[in-house]
Design a protein around this ligand. Structure first.
Ligand SMILES: N[C@@H](CCC(=O)N[C@@H](CS)C(=O)NCC(=O)O)C(=O)O
Length: 269
């Protein structure tokens, strides 16, 4: 397979495009996002699920427009602009934004991605899984996708596979919420990991011949996750992801801050 020089997309397609079109009116919160970005998708699915009004502005995070830098100092998406303040304030970092949205929902819509606060241990178990996603699963995804020589690809593919299986094992702790449980609803771990699992079925499959772990329970979970209305509303068509990730698959120089961090062995931005 050769690098065909495809560039990342700058506009959503498919269901995500419809969602963008339905969120063009001014609201108290503006979400600055990019169609291909999994960190954005986390936050976006949470907005949808928690029922918090928002407007979405698609931006190119590699061009670093002023409006993005104002809310996200490293110029990374997602960023939020909070219009309730005068002058408006900004917020960035997907996981911090998720906590912020939880707090907003707690005061307004009363929806939540977490087990009830009356069950602190269940909440802690969910956070443990979320920690695993950030610390292990996400970096393993990029290491696998960016590695060029065959031996490294085999090893990094195994590591990524193991990170996903480990997520399943942590889930076996019966934290009790989320789509892992039949009859459950969207949970924190679903939105934290879902964007990379989705890209595993397209990007990693296409560029690395990767298959996700099999198993009735695991497959049923993915089916529920990918078809959940709040998640699906943030998904573009597969071709957008295949095109947008070609630069990672061939490890083109200066692909992104994430790619540079992986190449130099640093922690992700
Ligand atoms: N830790 C950040 C990471 C966000 C991130 O890396 N976003 C990418 C797009 S997927 C970005 O904005 N990249 C711009 C760049 O590399 O300069 C978060 O969780 O929000």
């Amino acid at each position: 397979m050769a690098d065909t020089g495809k560039q990342y997309h700058t506009k959503c397609t498919g269901p995500a495009l419809k969602t963008v079109e339905n969120h063009v009116n001014s609201q108290a919160i503006t979400l600055y996002g990019s169609c291909f970005c999994p960190f954005v998708q986390r936050v976006w699915a949470a907005f949808e699920y928690l029922g918090i009004p928002y407007r979405v502005n698609e931006v190119d995070p590699y061009k670093k427009p002023k409006e993005l830098l104002e809310v996200s100092p490293k110029g990374l998406v997602p960023g939020l602009k909070l219009h309730e303040y005068n002058p408006p304030r900004g917020l960035n970092e997907s996981t911090v934004i998720l906590e912020y949205l939880e707090a907003i929902a707690d005061n307004t819509t009363k929806r939540s991605l977490l087990p009830p606060s009356t069950n602190p241990y269940a909440r802690a178990l969910v956070r443990l899984q979320a920690d695993h996603v950030n610390r292990t699963l996400v970096p393993a995804f990029y290491r696998f996708l960016q590695s060029q020589d065959t031996d490294a690809q085999i090893q990094n593919g195994k590591d990524y596979h193991a990170a996903i299986e480990q997520l399943g094992e942590l889930r076996a702790l019966k934290s009790g919420l989320g789509l892992w449980v039949e009859g459950g609803d969207l949970g924190l771990v679903d939105v934290m990991a879902g964007p990379w699992l989705l890209r595993s079925t397209s990007v990693l499959k296409h560029y690395r011949g990767f298959s996700l772990p099999e198993g009735q329970k695991f497959n049923a979970w993915l089916e529920r996750l990918f078809n959940h209305p709040s998640f699906k509303a943030t998904c573009s068509d597969e071709q957008l992801y295949l095109d947008s990730y070609e630069r990672y698959a061939f490890n083109r120089p200066n692909t992104s801050q994430v790619a540079n961090a992986i190449n130099s062995g640093r922690g992700l931005p």
